[in-house]
Design a protein around this ligand. Structure first.
Ligand SMILES: [Zn+2]
Length: 479
């Protein structure tokens, strides 16, 4: 517990769990009773805080604006609160006040004030039946300086571990807090995978050659992208996200291991390059992005190399898991574009430990011995990957797919360019005329000695268009 990595996550959990308070007091609500804010909760840790608003409808929420006095606000459309204005004096390190006010029928404004330096963002969480409604989250995090210091401590700890050849494994219990995941047969996914994550970590903790870190060790939500970010910042040698599956067809059963799909990786490459270019714009270095083709090529190669190793990580985990419990079959290694698998910093896999919707799987999942065996198998699979003879190379399927996507994009752009050129040619020397009643496309084309195709294209007409008379028609020019 003395190292910063561990301390960070431990404190985060403990405090976040300790300080969850419900702020809402029942009272009369105004019009549109079926669309209202039903609860407001506040969660806090040393690094972050969240305000969660429960809603009885799917809201439309505006961007955050700032008033002259520095108060922040956003609007929620289509629902009601209660008459008047409700102030919550929170007075803590992340937020000083929160005010909810129904400004007009169907229009609620949320005001909040944050101390200097506190970073914030808002996002929507869709409902997860049966227990969780639509929610708005105000996510607040500590000032950049504080996180920088924390980060420096982490970096020092990571280099100490790496210098001693200690491998860092990050286990990600899926879901959490506001996002319970699936639930069936007495299993609630977020709780189940948290206890599974702790069991896996316990295996690594006995081994001085490893340092295992959980992305969360309590019941709170972490944005998907933050999960792999935590692994990247921890200098992870492997990242494994743990989930339990559900299918409405209750006969579906077995474990599944996923790693990044070509489609997911292509999407991520696009996002990363756009981000990089936006970043350059902010810095003002217009000339700093002349090599985006080169940057793209390097990124795709990096992805292909990480995916090649992710496949081996997934294979090793699958090998052990498929043997862990004779009654729990494997559905094999698959590929999917899950957000948590996008990182290019380390090999990643996502494990679905079985279907809670299947009675037999659920029995094994709940069985104390079964849980130990699953945790041990995941541990052994990761260990095998990190200690075994791992091949270096590229995911050639992905390289091929990426080339095809590039080619398709090039063809599409070429079509657009040609269409523009054609239109410009048709516009040169074109003229407007008025249609007479009963005119047809072919009749007009014949009269002005132009093709029906050109006539339709320049006017965006369908070939069977009928004219009532008086409509403006553009007649293409002759080159
Ligand atoms: Zn899940």
């Amino acid at each position: 517990m003395s190292n910063p990595l561990y301390r960070k996550i431990y404190f985060f959990t403990r405090c976040l769990l300790a300080i969850c308070v419900s702020l809402f007091l029942c009272g009369p609500v105004s019009a549109a009773d079926d669309h209202r804010i039903t609860d407001i909760r506040f969660w806090q840790s040393p690094e972050e805080a969240q305000i969660v608003l429960d809603l009885s409808w799917t809201p439309k929420v505006s961007a955050v604006g700032t008033l002259d006095d520095g108060t922040l606000y956003f609007d929620i459309e289509g629902g009601s609160f209660r008459p008047g204005r409700q102030n919550y004096a929170l007075n803590n390190a992340f937020i000083s006040t929160l005010t909810v006010q129904e400004r007009a029928s169907g229009f609620v404004r949320i005001f909040f004030r944050v101390p200097a330096g506190i970073q914030f963002r808002t996002f929507l969480l869709p409902q997860t039946p049966p227990s969780k409604p639509d929610r708005i989250v105000i996510f607040l995090s500590e000032p950049a300086a504080a996180s920088t210091q924390r980060r420096e401590e982490e970096v020092a700890e990571i280099s100490r571990l790496k210098s001693q050849n200690v491998k860092i494994v990050v286990i990600d219990p899926g879901h959490g807090g506001e996002d319970p995941g699936a639930s069936h047969n007495g299993i609630i996914e977020k709780d189940y995978v948290l206890s599974m994550g702790k069991l896996i970590k316990a295996y690594f903790d006995r081994d001085p050659a490893y340092r295992a870190v959980l992305t969360r060790s309590g019941d709170y939500i972490i944005p998907l992208q933050r999960r792999s970010q935590i692994a990247e910042q921890a200098g992870a040698d492997a990242f494994v996200s743990v989930h339990a599956n559900y299918n409405s067809r209750h006969s579906v059963r077995g474990i599944e291991i996923y790693y990044e799909s070509p489609k997911g990786a292509v999407g991520e490459a696009e996002r990363k390059l756009v981000d990089a270019e936006n970043q350059q714009d902010i810095i003002g270095g217009v000339s700093a992005v002349p090599h985006s083709d080169q940057a793209k090529k390097e990124l795709v190669e990096k992805q292909a190399s990480v995916m090649f190793r992710s496949r081996q990580l997934a294979d090793k985990v699958e090998t052990h898991l498929s043997r862990a419990i004779p009654g729990l079959p494997s559905r094999g290694v698959k590929r999917a574009g899950f957000r948590v698998l996008h990182s290019v910093a380390m090999p990643s896999a996502l494990v679905e430990v079985g279907y809670m919707s299947n009675t037999t799987d659920a029995w094994y999942l709940k069985d104390v011995n079964g849980r130990q065996r699953i945790a041990q198998a995941i541990y052994q699979g990761i260990k095998d990957f990190l200690e075994g003879n791992i091949q270096q190379g590229y995911d050639t399927g992905y390289l091929q797919y990426s080339r095809e996507v590039e080619e398709a994009k090039r063809v599409r752009l070429e079509h657009i360019r040609q269409a523009k050129e054609r239109r410009a040619r048709l516009m040169r020397g074109s003229k407007l005329i008025k249609a007479a009643k009963g005119d047809t496309i072919s009749g007009i084309a014949h009269r002005y000695k132009v093709t029906t195709a050109d006539l339709c294209e320049i006017n965006d007409f369908g070939k069977r268009k009928k004219f009532k008379g008086g409509e403006s028609i553009r007649i293409p020019g002759h080159d």
